[in-house]
Design a binder for this molecule. Structure first.
Ligand code: ADP
Length: 361
């Protein structure tokens, strides 16, 4: 049994607004999710991610707006008629039932025959790599196994849409990393349109086809992980994803300069005031002569931190701005690391010299 014969559905969200008192949990959200896409809602706590997911699931009725699954308006449709599978952080399993009892639940409420339920449970358990666990009691399982059971229950009726709310945040880091890859693989296999909520930017970058960055109930940017990382639409996105230093630059027509030197860049200037965004892994220590294509900066080393497989170096530039870089430690470089107080020459390749809009949002 596979999902191949069922078409994944696109989701079209238009003008969805939801206020709780004076808090706008969602503020006129428009979003197109493609069929079969893995889209992640990423944002800080309280930004509106769960509210949007609950609107899709049908548990929260927005004040206004429209949600289409395919070409069907679902805004007035109750959750159980929406054909969506849901996975929550808290698993939401029945602890005293067996694994098979839990997984079969959505099928029993749909009135499916006992034989068919058994077959489908087996398939769902195999799919989440828990084959043979049907008769175990949920309370005897580990956190990771419980989350797999919750996942099996969400996919057992082969929904066209799968919604997940921070499903891995209760797991320890190793298991979480492993489950991220497994969920991704499962998505590739089953191909259902998936909307995933997380506040963990690394998780979002690892798993998603596209990421929608949410803040104060608004979408800040909807884009592929690499574009979100390398071409953030504004300061909020740049700050939320990865570590960066932001240097003030001066705009003059089609050029931008930092500390009196015109920056060599590969991309068109964004509108308005600009910042130079420096990711620590893109900033390099200059040893020989520089190629024409790069931008160099001189500074004083303010700190060097050993981190096992890498090191972090902090430097202060002549105008007092602080930048950091991350380098890989090979055994021979440990003793060669720059010393605090020493002058240092740093550079960015042209393609790593990224100017972003200084606007907060
Ligand atoms: P996130 O999932 O990004 O953490 P939520 O969607 O849960 O954010 O919440 C968005 C905003 O709406 C927050 O300010 C939250 O306090 C508020 N909110 C969410 N649900 C309710 C509710 N049932 N009653 C009152 N306020 C709520």
């Amino acid at each position: 049994m596979t999902n191949q014969d069922r078409e994944a559905l696109p989701i079209t969200i238009r003008g969805v607004t939801k206020a709780y008192g004076r808090t706008k949990a969602l503020d006129a959200v428009d979003l197109d999710i493609k069929e079969g896409e893995f889209l992640t809602l990423l944002g800080p706590s309280g930004s509106g991610k769960t509210t949007l997911l609950m609107v899709l699931a049908g548990f929260t009725r927005p004040d206004c707006g429209s949600v289409l699954f395919g070409d069907k308006e679902v805004i007035h449709m109750p959750p159980h008629l929406r054909d969506v599978g849901m996975v929550f952080q808290s698993y939401a399993l029945f602890p005293h039932m067996t694994v098979a009892g839990n997984i079969g639940y959505p099928l029993r409420v749909r009135g499916i025959s006992k034989d068919e339920i058994e077959k489908r449970c087996e398939w769902a358990l195999e799919t989440v790599q828990l084959g043979g666990y049907g008769e175990r009691r949920v309370e005897q399982l580990s956190g990771g196994q419980k989350q797999r059971v919750a996942l099996a229950r969400a996919i057992v009726f082969e929904p066209q849409i799968l919604l997940m709310d921070e499903p891995l945040s209760a797991l320890d880091k190793k298991l979480r990393d492993h489950m991220q890859i497994e969920l991704r693989r499962l998505h590739e296999k089953l191909g259902m349109t998936t909307v995933y909520v997380t506040h963990d930017q690394r998780e979002a970058l690892t798993m998603s086809d596209r990421i929608a960055v949410v803040n104060h109930g608004k979408l800040m940017q909807v884009d592929t992980p690499d574009r979100i990382y390398d071409q953030p639409a504004n300061r909020f996105v740049a700050d939320f994803i990865g570590d960066s230093a932001f240097l003030p630059v001066t705009r003059s027509g089609n050029t931008a300069s930092y500390a009196g030197t015109v920056l060599k860049i590969d991309h068109a200037l964004p509108d308005g005031d600009l910042l130079l965004m420096i990711r620590p892994e893109r900033l390099k220590i200059q040893t020989g002569t520089m190629s024409d294509g790069s931008n160099s900066f001189e500074g004083i080393v303010s700190d060097v931190v050993y981190q096992g497989d890498s090191f972090a170096l902090y430097a202060t530039l002549p105008d007092g701005q602080s930048v950091s870089l991350r380098g890989v430690i090979r055994s021979s470089t440990l003793s060669a690391l720059p010393k605090v107080g020493a002058p240092i020459k740093l550079y960015l390749e042209r393609e790593d010299t990224i100017l972003i809009s200084a606007a907060e949002a």
